[in-house]
Write a protein that binds this ligand. Sequence first.
Ligand SMILES: Cc1ncc(COP(=O)(O)O)c(C=O)c1O
Length: 448
Amino acid sequence: MSVALDDRPRRGRPPARNEILRAGRLGGMAPTELAERFGTPLYVYDLGVVDGQVAALRAVLPPVVELAYAVKANPALAIVAHLGRLGLGADVASGGELETVTRSGLSADRVVMTGPGKRDDELRAAVAAGIRAITVESPGELARLESIAATAGRRQPVMLRAAVSEGDRLERVRLVGDDGAGKFGMDAADLGVAACRAAASPHLELLGLHAFGASNVLDAGGLVEHVAATVATARRMARTVGAPLRLVDAGGGLGIPYEGHQESLDLVRLGAGLHEIVAGWPADPILRDARLLLEPGRFLVGPAGAYLARVVDRKTVDGSVVVILDGGVHHVLRPALVGQEHRIRAVASRPEPMGTGRLQPVTVAGPLCSGLDVFSQAAVMSPPEVGDLLAILDVGAYGFTESMPLFLSHPIPAEVAVRGGRAELIRPRVEPGRWLDEQVLPAWDAGV
Ligand SMILES: Cc1ncc(COP(=O)(O)O)c(C=O)c1O
């Protein structure tokens, strides 16, 4: 058997990233073909990359760990359905996300609901659906849920969410840059009272504890530390109420590298740390029957997405090249929101190969009348020309869903799933006329 030189592992070279852009193609499809078929700007998701992320993570996890996809990362029905078919559960944060997972065909016993400010109608829907667990964020929410479960005649499984904050020494759950401290979960005092109430209620079944550490963590050691702290807090809570744990939920937060110089999360180290944490569980009466739940979002779908946009203008301002695309931060808000650039790649669209010009810093911006609408002030590339296609990478998570597509009334991009060299439209492009048609003038303006 002959082995092609390129297939041999090369020492010192990191393994290729599992991502949508490979050899100038997006999930095996020519970007020009995608642009012609579906128009630009365009969101493209490679389901093969999602498969790869799921497989890579599962390969290192102990059997007691389960995955629930955090739907907020990308709620596209096709993505949720795909992850459901791969056997993952789902973490939903609203009634709308609950409806999404229901429509995706994912069974309710694989769904958990977490998030602040759950309305009564959302809690009622979750109870009626019979989901696996509702994570309670406050004593008030616990009381409302108890009464909703009683009215529905059900015993609702719950987890309690621990506030994660640096000052929270009793909980010893570490804060790693959570900017919403105080908004999520309960402090140690409320947690203890809520645990006793939930354990005593005939309408609630206390399964365990939830704690979300931080988002986009690339340090495996930090993630392991957070999981260990969550397990320790859950164990203390269980001892207080004298009941064993069924579920410990350490949330999501597994990071992906957005910039070229960043290293991927060390999955082997993460897996080893988790194995160590759960090693003693079989002999521990409190943890013997517990499962450890992780709720990754970004890690599973982030690298699978690209935003494809076309250059509509190019100019030189004070000696610097500026290109303006037909899409911008109204569709990919993340760079403006968190101040982090995404990798930008020119993907061929002219007969002559791109990238033959001199590499130089290029400002890549969108069409909005806002200084925020800039993907990069200095993307190093051979300056693209009008008509060329650029791909903004790693937008599969917190991309379209986290944006503001109505701002400036540009078309809303289509979303397309690609797999095995085939592309399918999963959400059509919407022209501004559509939402103009839906609007009504007040009667006084319409002359009524
Ligand atoms: C409760 C909960 N679980 C999971 C996630 C997913 O996090 P990530 O996409 O960073 O894995 C989030 C993100 O905000 C969250 O709030």
